[in-house]
Design a protein around this ligand. Structure first.
Ligand code: TRP
Ligand code: SF4
Length: 328
């Protein structure tokens, strides 16, 4: 008996992958792929819900995201990696789900109104944007996923997914889809360069595909302890975003040394940042190296094609069951 559980997760191609995406999600995928029957996809249809007015560059963003995912250590021999729009079952199941989803269920999802407010410069008063979490429910249902690693912000989408699946199974009187569990990832392990959540909209990200030189320049421009104006001022490492990076990228011994030197005003912020940039670049060196091995566009296309082929086998079977249960 095969008791391997199925895990699925997706990432939107709204920009280049950054360190926050890596530590918040992709790094854990690299571990999960050994323990689960793993499906990982690039949610390009989801990206269109906000980028429909200016989709230029989407193809390039998707490709670079795929390259970064592989660079991080996701192995296409272990995990099935694909682009959402290559597997038409996602769109089709979304439509079937839309038949039976009460509008208030979608309207009350907190991310809906929040994002409309946050993205005033985009017209999100659309059918597709309201249906964002329903498309996500279809993504998950199609693979009969047991677990879905997501950040805390995605919990309302997981709840909706479970409700929609329950309703579907109830209406057709058959357990067509499996109710998934959220697997919480610690989302904010790595904050942005200003100490806030790392997000493209805050302009505080470090893209994975930056060169070591670019990354160093970004670290040198980071916010530090605001009360440490001169090198002779004793600092408080706990409030410094650079120190938070040291904790992740440096050895425990070095972290203690830096904390003491900062408190005692023995190290200047410039030297401290230089040390931080070196540690960060050393940490990312294996990823940089692997990225080079995935630099062929043709190879990336083949991997996505192969992933879609495997995904279609599973998604097609689920969709066929769903259609049959609806007398289609
Ligand atoms: N909404 C997710 C996010 O923004 C991306 C996503 C789309 C997803 N479909 C999914 C995540 C299915 C997990 C499972 O992060
Ligand atoms: Fe931050 Fe380092 Fe400056 Fe201390 S010395 S405030 S830890 S950058």
């Amino acid at each position: 008996m095969n008791t391997t559980k199925t895990l699925l997760s997706g990432i939107q191609p709204t920009g280049r992958m950054h360190l926050g995406n890596y530590f918040g999600a992709v790094q854990s995928w690299v571990t999960y792929q050994n323990d689960y029957n793993t499906f990982l996809f690039i949610a390009d249809l989801h990206a269109l819900t906000t980028k429909y007015m200016s989709p230029e560059g989407l193809r390039e963003t998707k490709q670079s995201l795929l390259q970064d995912i592989l660079a991080c250590g996701v192995d296409p021999k272990k995990a099935c990696v694909f682009f959402q729009s290559d597997v038409s079952m996602h769109a089709e199941l979304h439509l079937l789900f839309s038949m039976m989803t009460p509008l208030p269920w979608l309207e009350r999802v907190p991310t809906y109104k929040d994002k409309i407010t946050a993205m005033q410069d985009h017209d999100l008063n659309t059918y597709g944007f309201l249906g964002y979490p329903l498309l996500q429910a279809a993504d998950i249902a199609l693979y009969q996923a047991d677990v879905v690693p997501v950040g805390r912000d995605q919990l309302p989408h997981m709840e909706l997914t479970r409700e929609v699946i329950r309703r579907f199974n109830h209406l057709v009187q058959k357990p067509v889809f499996k109710e998934p569990e959220a697997l919480l990832t610690s989302h904010d392990v790595l904050l942005g360069t200003d100490g806030r959540k790392m997000s493209k909209s805050y302009g505080n990200t470090i893209p994975m595909s930056d060169t070591p030189e670019q990354r160093s320049a970004t670290v040198m421009s980071m916010v530090t302890d605001p009360n440490r104006i001169r090198k002779t001022d004793p600092g408080t490492p706990e409030v410094c975003p650079v120190f938070a990076y040291h904790r992740i990228f440096n050895t425990a011994d070095r972290v203690s040394e830096i904390a003491a030197a900062c408190r005692g005003a023995e190290i200047g912020c410039v030297a401290c940042k230089r040390d931080c940039a070196a540690a960060l670049n050393a940490h990312l060196a294996p990823i940089d190296e692997r990225r080079l091995t995935w630099s062929s566009t043709d190879t990336l296309k083949d991997i996505a094609k192969d992933g879609a082929k495997r995904a279609i086998l599973v998604a097609g079977e689920s969709l066929a069951k769903a259609k049959k249960s609806l007398h289609l």
